[in-house]
Design a protein. Structure first.
Lengths: 309, 439, 358
């Protein structure tokens, strides 16, 4: 029982981290109808920027404080992501207005290739350490009730907290601020939003910037756990089943989907995996999402797909 | 589109396409060409880069310090494979035309499998020092493969010998877990570990990790439940540091972890630092010797170093460097028979690789005392020598913590024979006869 | 002026419905066939065969298969790598377990196994649409990759999971030279291209295109979506499976599941999008583009670098390739979202008048 709880908690934590990456997908899809395959590369790019700036800024500016270095690097990385979002909107999205979904999908794939190459050219392709002070050792709860205690990873706990805070902040942003309302209007109907004067181009820049910042936070957390290296962009592949389980247009769907996928993955690997030889994590999430879609083709909270003939 | 711009685009396209038709430039007359197949990009780059730097630095050293191999200058060219089989094959095809006999070291078991079927007909030698097919140490079947200085079966065997010694001679009833990269590389040690499990009576649990190996939480939770006495790590690239970080996160004692020589290098532990203290790994080379000083003087001192100078002497750098040593010495040995100062072709280099006899005297002359163990290959034995020791991370550096072990041939030899025979029958390869070896 | 149809009257339905009704087109295709099937084997170097022509031919075949599914039937699939793997490993199993199995039979049987798996993973398409289907097909990709790593029977109990095939021969002729292997691939490519072209011109092709354009309306007028979608998956997977078997047997010789990973699926999708969705010619053009661009970049970037005095190491070349590749894809999508095939047909349209203004 104790081990089951351990796996469950571990799965919930991992799920939270997946949702973080999935949020980026959902945000962009909601506002512009583009499925952003470049999200993984954006996570990597943002994490690389943060890790390297945290390394370089102390050397260039000549100070030694870890906290200050991290804060400045965070600001610098944010600035980089804003510039990137603006460039993407100017150079790619503005020219591809009104194209079919699959064309935009391929364009984002092209962007992802570009970011992969560009990020590694500028920042390097070694494993870089990202140290934001999260504790790495485990904590054991309920050692009296369960033998050996229940293992909870402190780093994952903090990460889940940060993710939850981010989601709360985003919800507040969408519900309470003017820009948030404008974003929701654009997500609902592009033409109607334009006709009441909402500048579409600027909204898309804002959306991609917000997605970029979400990518930065996700990148920092994953990078702190695993080190910042090229394989970080593959984490986005894990977020895809989360997105389709939760529905492509729903933020709470991304969260819930993430938790379900995270828990399902870990439990299946630990309990079913040994009977199948192990390593089933890699496809289990997808099969679960697929099975779910057969029952509810638009995902948990996604919009029903309505076709006009 | 305007006619002019269309014509311009067409002309540009045609010139670019013309570069394809141009055959790769052949090497000059008095130069021995060495292809280098590293991966400096991708998920495995952190470990591939030091290896490649060591390899290239040694080639540069031979040119700078000795003026080449008996006067024959070395030229080399790199082609990035990204650890992908099809890119490896493409690099092989691109570089093999540059000289009539080349030594390929793909640093990937997957690419080795693909090239093993192509190299013999192209008369190119495959030296796979510390990786590749374990059964290719049988030179009668694998005429062109040379897994010198240790295969994965030898490596796994040595780790088990060390653990057996630690446990006072018997592993009966103990639990051993193998966390491995789910690829041909990671699966290589399994037959040997299973064989030893039968002989020694321990319980072997196999835990595959899907490539590239970043997600290991479930694996280490399973380990926490299993509570094995020892965990063997057979990872590569990012998987290694992820494994150690997860071990820290789940509280598995690092002193009970043993990594193969590809999982126990500086990139794997330096980010974890103190938390990885006690982690052990295999190492087959020393890191102090005259050749290291030579490299620092003749190569880095002249600004020709391929990587940062701090890398010289690190574990993976030494791996790459010694792989280059084996290639250069094979050519030198070939020259001893076929003509000193001449460029060697494929058959000649193969003979050289098959008749290497690097004893203590020769190693001392090359500046390799304390770095490499003596090695002597033969027609039946393409591995040459199968020794290694254990080193442990103390938080800042790797320290050697055991004596030299030699792999137990009594267990390995029969396995090699069976596996090689199976390969021969599957691929319709007629094994050579010992009489054939005299050529 | 040269490309006018003046004077080419058709006197039978058969002549009117040819694939190449215009005489100039027929001549051009004959010339192309002569060059590729006779000229190239005589004059091309080994390197050109092994590194460019054979991969191009096999990938063009796979792109053809994928185009049928994505371009003609509108079902986005990201699991193509998996179907190629199924074709490859199935063909391998037939060759290893059935003594004396001819190569062509093994390839086709491999294709049939891929068909079975393709139809199985195509069943969700009856319920799921669009991007959701794309991600659902990733389930096929990862599951198949895992299956070939884990189920030992499928790799003939190979301990490493890597399999090799021996010398190949067709009807007793050994395929030991690159030219002979190239001819085998081209023969199969031409055959399947003809098959595909006739399928898409026929009844079933029209059903696919109706489903692609508006599947609800298609169902209303009596086209059965089940039949159309599943046949699309079946035929597409068959061709992709044969391509996968060719890739493994002829190009690699020895492979592990990672050779058919998700990168391969994305690469094929790139090919058909750049080449042109819903166009047979587009598959060829896209395959040529994607095969050749990385190699050209690899050759020319160091030269550029040397011209500017910058030492370009292989890592930088790889990264630049990525960047240029991504930029080129975006550029192409902006300039001509319907792909190279559309550029080609626009050019042909202009050629009908050129050099006259009207």
């Amino acid at each position: 029982m104790g081990f089951f709880l351990e796996t469950l908690i571990g799965g919930l934590m991992t799920g939270m981290l997946y949702s973080l990456v999935a949020l980026g997908f959902v945000l962009i899809f909601k506002a512009s109808g583009v499925f952003n395959f470049a999200q993984g590369s954006m996570v990597l790019f943002a994490a690389l920027a943060m890790a390297r700036f945290a390394d370089w800024l102390p050397r260039w500016l000549g100070f030694d404080n870890r906290l200050l270095a991290n804060l400045l690097a965070f600001v610098a990385a944010m600035a980089v992501m804003v510039v990137a979002a603006w460039l993407i909107e100017r150079l790619v999205l503005a020219k591809l207005v009104n194209q079919e979904g699959i064309t935009l999908l391929m364009a984002t794939l092209g962007i992802s290739y570009f970011f992969d190459g560009f990020g590694q050219t500028v920042f390097g392709n070694d494993i870089y350490k990202l140290d934001i002070g999260l504790p790495k050792d485990p904590v054991f709860l309920f050692e009296q009730a369960f033998q050996g205690g229940i293992l909870v990873n402190k780093e994952d706990l903090y990460a889940a907290l940060i993710a939850a805070l981010l989601v709360a902040a985003l919800s507040l942003f969408f519900q309470k601020t003017g820009t948030g309302r404008a974003l929701r209007a654009v997500a609902d109907d592009h033409q109607a939003a334009q006709s009441i004067g909402i500048p579409l181009g600027r909204i898309w820049v804002i959306v991609w910037t917000v997605a970029g910042c979400v990518a930065l936070v996700a990148g920092i957390i994953w990078g702190s756990k695993l080190g910042v290296q090229f394989s970080l962009s593959l984490v986005a592949l894990k977020a895809l089943p989360v997105v389709i389980l939760g529905g492509l247009t729903s933020v709470p769907g991304a969260i819930l989907g993430g938790l379900v996928i995270g828990v399902g993955e870990k439990l299946s690997e630990v309990y079913i995996g040994p009977h199948l030889g192990g390593g089933i994590e890699i496809w289990f999430a997808y099969v679960v999402a697929l099975a779910f879609l057969l029952v509810r083709p638009q995902g948990l909270f996604g919009e029903k797909i309505i076709d006009r003939v | 589109m305007k006619l002019k711009s269309v014509l311009f685009a067409a002309a540009a396209g045609a010139t670019l396409l013309a570069t394809l038709a141009a055959p790769p430039a052949a090497a000059q007359a008095k130069e021995q060409f060495f292809p280098v197949l590293p991966y400096r990009t991708g998920a495995y780059a952190p470990n591939g880069v030091p290896w490649a730097n060591g390899y290239v630095d040694y080639l540069k050293l031979i040119n700078a310090r000795d003026g080449g191999i008996n006067g024959v200058k070395i030229t080399f060219e790199e082609c990035d494979t990204g650890y992908a089989t099809d890119r490896g094959v493409e690099c092989y095809e691109r570089l093999k035309g540059k000289a009539s006999g080349e030594i390929f070291q793909p640093l990937s078991t997957g690419i080795t499998f693909a090239l093993t079927s192509k190299a013999p007909s192209d008369k190119n030698v495959l030296i796979t020092s510390g990786y590749g097919l374990s059964e290719s140490s049988d030179g009668l079947v694998f005429k062109w493969n040379f897994p010198m200085l240790g295969t994965y079966w030898s490596g796994a065997d040595i780790i088990m010998q060390h653990i057996t010694k630690k446990e006072g001679g018997s592993l009966k009833g103990k639990k051993i877990a193998l966390v491995y990269h789910d690829s041909p590389y990671g699966k290589e040690p399994i037959p040997l570990l299973q064989q030893r499990a039968k002989l020694q009576g321990y319980d072997l649990t196999l835990l595959p990790v899907a490539a590239p190996g970043v997600e290991q939480k479930a694996t280490w939770l399973q380990i926490r439940q299993l509570r094995p006495d020892y965990v063997l790590l057979w990872g590569w690239g990012v998987m290694n540091s992820a494994a150690i970080k997860e071990a820290v996160a789940t509280g598995y004692p690092r002193e009970r972890m043993y990594g193969v020589w590809w999982s126990a290098g500086e990139p794997d532990v330096k980010d974890v630092g103190d938390a990885a203290k006690g982690y052990n790994g295999l190492v087959a080379f020393g890191n102090q010797g005259r050749v290291i000083d030579d490299i620092k003087k003749y190569v880095h001192g002249k600004g020709q170093g391929t990587g940062p100078i701090e890398e010289v002497g690190q574990t993976l750098y030494m791996r790459g460097m010694t792989s280059a040593v084996l290639a250069v010495e094979s050519v030198r040995r070939a020259q001893e028979r076929y003509g000193k100062g001449k460029v060697m072709d494929g058959e000649q280099i193969r003979w050289g690789a098959e008749n290497l006899a690097l004893d203590d005297k020769k190693l001392a002359a090359l500046g390799l005392t304390g770095i490499m163990k003596p090695l002597s290959t033969s027609c039946t034995d393409h591995e040459g020598s199968r020794s290694a020791r254990i080193h442990t991370w103390d938080g800042k550096a790797w320290q050697v913590t055991s004596d030299w072990y030699a792999a137990d041939e009594a267990i390995i030899k029969p396995m090699v024979k069976t596996a090689a025979a199976k390969y021969a029958s599957e691929k319709n390869v007629t094994p050579r006869t010992p009489a054939d070896c005299q050529s | 002026m040269l490309y006018r149809e003046n004077g080419q009257f058709k006197t039978s339905y058969r002549a009117d419905q040819q694939i190449f009704p215009i005489l100039q087109d027929r001549l051009a295709i004959l010339a192309l066939a002569a060059i590729t099937l006779v000229g190239v084997p005589l004059f091309a170097s080994d390197y050109l065969f092994r590194a460019i022509l054979i991969p191009f031919a096999i990938l063009a075949l796979a792109a053809l298969g994928l185009n049928i599914l994505v371009g003609y039937c509108g079902q986005i699939s990201l699991g193509t790598g998996a179907f190629m793997a199924v074709g490859a490993y199935a063909a391998y199993n037939f060759v290893v377990r059935v003594p004396g199995m001819p190569l062509l039979a093994a390839l086709l049987l491999g294709g049939l196994c891929a068909t079975a798996i393709g139809v199985a993973f195509g069943i969700p398409s009856l319920r799921i649409r669009g991007l959701y289907l794309a991600v659902a097909t990733l389930a096929a990709q990862f599951f198949v990759e895992w299956a070939f790593l884990r189920i030992k029977w499928l790799t003939n109990d190979s301990t490493s999971g890597s399999v090799t095939v021996g010398a190949l021969s067709v009807f007793g002729i050994p395929l030991d030279t690159p030219a002979s292997r190239y001819l085998l691939c081209m023969a199969l490519l031409v055959l399947f291209a003809l098959l595909a072209k006739n399928l898409v011109r026929g009844h079933i092709g029209r059903e696919w295109m109706a489903i692609r354009d508006m599947d609800v309306a298609a169902a209303v007028i009596g086209i059965r979506p089940v039949y159309a979608k599943l046949t699309a998956f079946a035929i597409s997977s068959f061709i992709v499976g044969v391509a996968g078997a060719l890739w493994a047997f002829v190009h690699l010789g020895s492979w592990e599941p990672a050779a058919f990973g998700i990168e391969r699926s994305f690469q094929l999708l790139f090919m058909i999008i750049i080449g042109g969705l819903g166009s047979i010619m587009g598959s060829f053009l896209g395959a040529a583009f994607i095969t050749i661009v990385p190699i050209v970049l690899n050759r020319t970037l160091p030269l550029f670098g040397n011209a500017f005095g910058v030492h370009v190491d292989t890592a930088l070349v790889s990264h630049f390739e990525s960047m240029l590749f991504g930029a080129l894809i975006v550029f192409f999508l902006i300039v001509e979202p319907h792909g190279l095939a559309r550029l080609w047909s626009t050019a042909k349209e202009k050629l009908r008048l050129w050099p006259f203004p009207h």
